[in-house]
Design a protein around this ligand. Sequence first.
Ligand code: G6P
Length: 592
Amino acid sequence: MCGIVGYTGNQQAAPILLDGLSKLEYRGYDSAGLAVRNGDSAPVVVKTAGKLVNLIQATDGGKKLLGTCGIGHTRWATHGDPTVTNAHPHVSDEVVGVHNGIIENYSELREKLKDNGYAFYSQTDTEVIVKLVDYYYRKYKIGPIDAINRTMVRARGSYALALIFSDYPGEIYAARKESPLIIGKTEDASFLASDVPAILKYTRSVYYIENLQAARITPSTVQFFNLNGDEVFLPVKEIEWDASAAEKDGYEHFMLKEIHEQPLAVKNTLKNTDFDNIDLTNVKALDIVACGSAWHTGVAAQYIIEKLAGIPVRVELASEFRYRSLPLSKGTLVVVISQSGETADSLAALRKAKEAHLPVLGIVNVIGSSIAREADYVIHTQAGPEISVATTKAYSAQLVALYMLALKISRVNEEPYMHQLDKLPALISKVLEDKKDLQYLASRISNSSDIFFIGRGLDYAVSLEGSLKMKEISYIRSEAYPAGELKHGTISLVEDGTVVIGVLTQDDVYEKTLSNMIECKSRGAYLIALTSGQRPGLEKVADFIIRVPETESMFMASLAVIPLQLLAYYTSVYRGLDVDKPRNLAKSVTVE
Ligand code: G6P
């Protein structure tokens, strides 16, 4: 979703802002803009539609915009098309601003402002919020913080705001409700950003501004204020991530780099996950809630926890969970899984669970994120910053955190299982060693119009993730089906040459899934089998076999998913697509 950056210091702001925006590209966007001011002259605004490179060219890499204070933005369109006019920053008489989020009552506010003489040029809710701040600022002749606070009281929805007031040179004002925003500090400069990678190159000292707080940022100071306008003091936190985490390190894409970081992500998560402070004694059932790939890890966990612990597990999509009237019973632990910790639906689901007085465990990658802060208990996956929109290493880290949760809840003797888990990083590295076959396979399927992924049990969970990876970055229509369900409709889509990928790692359902694959083959399908171990006769059925090493069957998803990530990656590359920034998608979905 939209990305915000800000800088005030003694360097030229524009190149720093452009660099920061490039680090936020992964969030997804369709236009970009900057506002930079030189001393006390009015901020100069430049906006372009399309990729960031257009803004870089329009400003000659930032050289055309002089000044040491500025804000920048990448916009992911919600209200209004992705045009230059709708791009941020938006300008009012005294205030220039950028915004991430959605102002729900913007039409009503726009009418009010129109009645007060304001004209509107864009279709955005952002122009409304910027003009509302301007309105309060001028009408009541109050300072920026008071004007922002009045705006926060009036505006409904979620937002992170960065504003420049013409009367306050060298200063940036910020506020947030729900949408992420952090503030970074060095000795002689201050930064703000939607996410850590944007400023990691400059500083690791970060403040996490709280909900409904405002901030005043100058080169030498950072101050925070509550809704009453009283100053509040926030602790500075040190980010442990390495600056190189936000660079490609010689890999062609972040996705490929992150695929290769999975052994480390898994190893670090295994090493640093403990349940010492988490009370699991009276847990009678689990509700796992998440979105996207995080939800897929929940589907895998459901099979494992039900098998090991024998307690009921529900896995819900957060966007459904939040609006359903489903009975939430005492004794249930709600587990919210999220890489970013900012997904709007997952956060809303967490709050719903808390309102029902159920304990919430967050499994979150981004430290200091909203879900990490609001959950009763947190397990931090140790994947490090993930830049590519299509998740890989965070998914793998979530899986192992959930394996460990399954072991804890079931109170089995953990040792033999931990022994197997400790071997996972090396096994994943082994899968990553040989990619030639997958490159060939990607070229073979890259012109397909449809791909089906089928499997049963844990193999179905892996199919879900393999299919999502494929469709999100290759734009080939792909679906995952529980293999036994194909007959109830979907098999009518299988015709000569249709690609069907069967995931076959679970012994107990191997033959069943294989039969379903044969049914597809009889209708002309090109069959790809993803399997482990000896499978006599499989060569006769499958047109192509992908083999992964063996481990404890409950942990096979961690190995089986790797070739599917690589297959999606190479297919996207063959099709000449923007692997790390697929169209229409955002890394962190901070709106509903
Ligand atoms: C987006 C991302 C997915 C991710 C999902 C949930 O759709 O592109 O990769 O799985 O959001 O995000 P979260 O940050 O909550 O894990």
